[in-house]
Design a protein around this ligand. Structure first.
Ligand code: ZN
Ligand code: ZN
Length: 347
């Protein structure tokens, strides 16, 4: 099935129109007409081959996909034609390892990413959501609540689940004090989700200009990390901190904010990490990592968002603007996620 897409031919080419082939739906597949696709920072890194030479070309980025089912395979039972659905960062996994068995397919060694991956079952490469349609095994598709603003749902499929999963894994409870470091695409979802879980959310940022927005999103307080006196006042008071800052920085001032036995969770791959052992030892603190979420947990997150009316704050763009959007994202000039209107692909 020839399909219109936007993608890159190599590490230095701009995002431009291309034609890709989508497979006809197999027995367990659904074909999805894509409505919207969010732009994740990892799209830029992969399009430009900035992750250790791991990029495969041609590449169609995009793993924050919302669309409607247009066709179902003969044995597919989970979705109906016309149903609003989402696809996130994965389109398959091995289905028999411990991670798959435990519903954390994102940690399966053989999980298949939505784009920039070899497709072991169908051959060729996987292509992402900057495209008019996608064929996906129904087990890696999630239902999207109809009551939400559909275009603003797209970023939940990566940014949303990336924050929801650690909030659940570390069992955030009403009244607990949760810190979110960094107010961007990830951080703004963390504030909304943690607040909806009943936590007292503190936005931890270097920039005082973020305060008004953080409070609008649900933060009850803003802590300016450059202010040593304020940081000292919050020492050893947090139940959980999630660090969304994507570039290397000193973790020690943030670790000192944790109560005994509590955890600082990294959701971005920071290198190098420098930590003072004493900062961990004296209060048995933890530093941990977390990557997106499993399929069942992604569904749980979308249901939670449907119930609490949570979506991402988005700026809608046409596909022709993706290159400009990338440049603006590198300057953090977006509140807080670009979403591509896929109808614009056919213009
Ligand atoms: Zn992403
Ligand atoms: Zn597996």
């Amino acid at each position: 099935m020839k399909s219109v897409a936007y993608g890159v031919q190599n590490a230095t080419s701009p995002v431009a129109p291309m034609s890709i082939d989508r497979r006809e739906p197999g027995h367990h597949d659904v074909l999805i007409d894509i409505l919207y696709c969010g732009i994740c920072h990892s799209d830029i890194h992969q399009a430009r081959n900035e992750w250790g030479g791991s990029s495969l070309y041609p590449m169609v980025p995009g793993h924050e996909i919302v669309g409607r089912v247009s066709q179902i395979g003969s044995h597919a039972t989970k979705f109906k034609v016309g149903q609003l659905v989402g696809v996130g960062c994965m389109v398959d996994s091995c289905r028999h390892c411990e991670a798959c068995h435990d519903g954390v397919e994102q940690y399966c060694d053989d999980s298949v990413f939505t784009y920039n991956a070899k497709d072991p079952k169908h051959g060729g490469l996987t292509f992402g959501g900057y495209a008019e349609r996608i064929t996906v095994d129904e087990n890696y598709v999630v239902n999207v609540p109809e009551n939400l603003d559909t275009k603003a749902v797209a970023p939940l499929l990566c940014a949303g689940i990336t924050l929801y999963s650690p909030l659940k894994h570390w069992n955030v409870q009403p009244g607990q004090k949760v810190g979110i470091i960094g107010l961007g695409g990830l951080g703004h979802m963390g504030v909304k989700l943690a607040a909806a879980m009943g936590a007292k959310v503190v936005m931890i940022t270097t920039s005082a200009s973020k305060a008004v927005d953080a409070e609008r999103l649900g933060a009850s307080e803003v802590l300016i990390s450059k202010n040593a006196d304020d940081m000292a006042k919050h020492a050893a008071s947090f139940d959980l901190i999630i660090d969304t800052v994507p570039v290397a920085h000193d973790l020690n001032p943030y670790i000192a904010l944790l109560k005994r036995d509590k955890t600082l969770v990294l959701v971005g791959p920071l290198d190098p990490l420098e930590m003072h052992g004493a900062n961990l030892i004296t209060k048995r603190r933890h530093v941990a990592g977390s990557m997106i979420g499993g399929i069942a947990e992604t569904q749980e997150m979308l249901d939670f968002c449907g119930k609490h009316n949570i979506v991402s704050d988005v700026e809608m763009i046409d596909a022709q603007y993706i290159n400009d959007a990338y440049e603006r994202m590198l300057k953090s000039d977006v509140k807080y996620r670009f979403v591509v209107d896929i109808a614009s692909l056919k213009q």
